[in-house]
Design a protein around this ligand. Structure first.
Ligand SMILES: Cc1cc2nc3c(=O)[nH]c(=O)nc-3n(C[C@H](O)[C@H](O)[C@H](O)COP(=O)(O)OP(=O)(O)OC[C@H]3O[C@@H](n4cnc5c(N)ncnc54)[C@H](O)[C@@H]3O)c2cc1C
Length: 318
């Protein structure tokens, strides 16, 4: 059986849900080896969380260089592992960090790369949705290791208990990967809401909010959802550009996407139309976003959202 490498990612010291999605994809194509790249003294504790799989093996590499030299150190070690172990694939989450690492590993190992896949078959054929969501592409790497990044929330993890073997690797970061150093990292100050690209549910507001996002935020908070925005809203300065969804913003694929006061321009749809369930609130019944809605409410968001929030709260407390 071929071996599939999965780069484990952690959020606040816990295995991220996207890692479990990668494991699910990896298990379709072979036996999964989870790679834990950690700072010294932390690898074992992080690896001990990998008890859901199927994961056959965990390989830990510890180095202070991962935090100091970021992408280049991570890519260097992954490149060395791919070249020495010859796995059939390396799966990485489609974050900005993940895609940069994947690109570097592809160069180091002279392998083909596919980014932003939304599905992966057992023969490593990847599916991508491109050109603003209008075209589905099936492709397969034809040279070297299949380096594939997969979008978060594109699969429901199929998990089972795992008792993987654990190996400590002595690989060290090459000097050539230490040419640029990270001096400091200051995470953006954010509220208690989940990260937009990894959220299970997103409530987004557009020009229809008129700049008042309070009902959008209230509904997001009762759902435990992230808040997104259309470009009309971010360009107007109503909401941060970092939370813009669409072609020139973030690509999201949550279980639930609620579009409030958003018309559904192709550039917005490009960033959200692979969402599993799309709910639309818009006062114009002809708004194009209704074309991709699973559920729609024709109405004023300032009337509909407070009632929806109230309804969810009542449901939760009953
Ligand atoms: C190169 C390029 C890249 C772009 N990238 C992006 C991108 O990444 N993301 C993005 O979003 N856009 C992007 N755009 C812009 C895009 O074309 C649209 O202009 C934008 O998405 C419109 O935002 P909107 O739907 O909020 O506003 P509008 O199109 O003005 O729609 C507002 C909607 O709100 C409804 N509404 C009004 N009041 C209410 C109310 N009280 N209650 C309920 N509904 C109400 C209206 O019926 C209308 O349907 C891009 C454009 C270009 C050219």
């Amino acid at each position: 059986m071929s071996e599939v490498f999965v780069l484990v990612q952690f959020a606040d010291g816990k295995v991220s849900s996207t890692t479990l999605e990668l494991v699910t994809y990896g298990a379709r194509a072979g036996s999964v080896t989870a790679l834990v790249l950690a700072t010294p003294g932390t690898g074992a504790a992080l690896a001990s969380q990998l008890t859901t799989g199927p994961i056959t093996k965990v390989v830990i590499v510890e180095s202070a260089d991962f935090s100091t030299f970021g992408v280049s150190a991570t890519a260097d070690v992954l490149g060395q592992m791919v070249l020495s172990q010859n796995p059939s694939a390396l799966l990485i989450s489609s974050s900005a960090f993940g895609k940069e690492v994947a690109g570097c590993v592809a160069v180091i190992t002279d392998s083909g790369i596919i980014t932003d896949a939304v599905d992966l078959a057992s023969d490593l054929q990847a599916t991508q949705i491109v050109f603003g969501g209008s075209t589905t592409v099936h492709s397969r790497v034809s040279h070297g290791c299949s380096i594939i990044t997969l979008r978060p929330n594109s699969v429901t993890p199929e998990l089972s208990p795992s008792t993987p073997s654990v190996e400590i690797s002595q690989i060290v970061v090459n000097e050539s990967a230490k040419l640029a150093q990270t001096l400091s990292i200051e995470p953006a100050v954010k509220g208690g809401r989940p990260d937009l690209t990894a959220a299970n549910a997103i409530v987004s507001g557009g020009r229809g909010t008129g700049g008042d996002f309070s009902p959008v935020e209230e509904f997001a908070d009762v759902l435990g959802a992230a808040v997104g925005a259309s470009r009309a809203a971010t360009d107007a300065g109503w909401y941060p550009h970092s939370l813009q969804v669409g072609q020139t913003g973030k690509t999201v694929s949550p279980q639930l996407y609620v579009a409030c006061g958003i018309s559904g321009a192709i550039q917005h749809r490009a960033g959200m139309q692979t969402s599993k369930t799309i709910v639309v609130i818009n006062k114009d019944p002809e708004a194009p976003i209704f074309d991709i809605a699973d559920f729609g409410v024709v109405g004023d968001l300032f009337a509909v959202l407070p009632q929806a929030s109230q309804g969810v709260r009542a449901r939760k407390s009953s």
